[in-house]
Design a binder for this molecule. Structure first.
Ligand SMILES: [Zn+2]
Length: 260
């Protein structure tokens, strides 16, 4: 099901001992922790693309505190996974949403992210699933119609590739930060949330029809360390004054699509 990421190749990869090889001889090592790096040099705009190790660690600490639990439940509810699903998480980060729900429900799980620290963290905690470093903006390294569900949770959106790897009877879930997400920590910028939903639906309009929409919101009383982790995870430079404990809103717009 995995395809060679080399441009103009894209043939099936076959697993050998500790690497994956395509019929044209392109080969990719599997890391000791199980993930495979399929990132091509031309796929990177920087030496270490995607989330930094510090941001990945901060986000995992927030997940582990349980603050994003209600968002996970809302995602589970709208996706309605069954054990027979084959799920791709495009932009899986540390694997929290995919790994947690796969273990609970028993579906097959595949995560792709451009950040090596993120995929490493996912593979370490959820070793029973497949985790791949790749640039999903360019090419999702899986065969056509591989998945019954594709989701993108506050991640990149590649409508054409999502459609290609999704079965005709599959479903796509896109989660984007809602207007009030982290509102306590953001400078007031006017409500662009509604526009963002419209823009997202537009992005997918050629290949997908919106069939359901809801907003998932939760608030948590965070201590200083947790507030610091939120700021780290969104790359907000630390302010010079000390960070204070505060109540923080986490909010996602969930958009469910079917293929056209
Ligand atoms: Zn190849």
């Amino acid at each position: 099901m995995l395809l060679c990421p080399v441009r103009d190749c894209h043939r099936a990869l076959v697993r050998e001992e500790k690497r994956l090889v395509c019929p044209q001889g392109h080969s990719f090592d599997a890391a000791a922790s199980g993930y495979v790096n399929l990132l091509q040099p031309q796929d990177k705009r920087s030496k270490d693309p995607g989330d930094t190790a510090a941001a990945v660690a901060a986000r995992r600490r927030l997940h582990d505190r349980g603050v994003t639990g209600p968002l996970l439940e809302a995602i589970a509810e709208i996706v309605c996974n069954t054990p027979s699903d084959v799920v791709l998480d495009a932009g899986c980060g540390d694997g929290f949403y995919l790994g947690t729900l796969a273990r609970r429900i028993g579906f097959d799980a595949y995560g792709v992210d451009i950040s090596i620290p993120a995929v490493k963290a996912a593979a370490k905690r959820y070793p029973e699933y497949q985790w791949i470093v790749a640039n999903a903006d360019r090419f999702i390294p899986y065969a056509d119609r591989s998945f019954s569900i594709v989701w993108s949770i506050t991640a990149r959106m590649n409508a054409g590739e999502f459609r290609r790897v999704l079965r005709d009877d599959g479903r796509l879930l896109v989660a984007i930060p809602a207007a009030d997400d982290l509102i306590e920590l953001r400078s007031p910028s006017g409500g662009e949330g509604r526009d963002r939903v419209d823009r997202t639906v537009e992005t997918f309009a050629k290949d997908f029809t919106l069939i359901e929409r809801r907003t998932a919101t939760t608030t948590a009383e965070l201590d200083e360390d947790a507030v610091r982790d939120v700021l780290l995870s969104i790359y907000r430079p630390m302010r010079s004054q000390p960070v204070e404990a505060t109540r923080v809103t986490f909010s996602l717009d969930l958009l469910k699509f079917k293929p056209k």
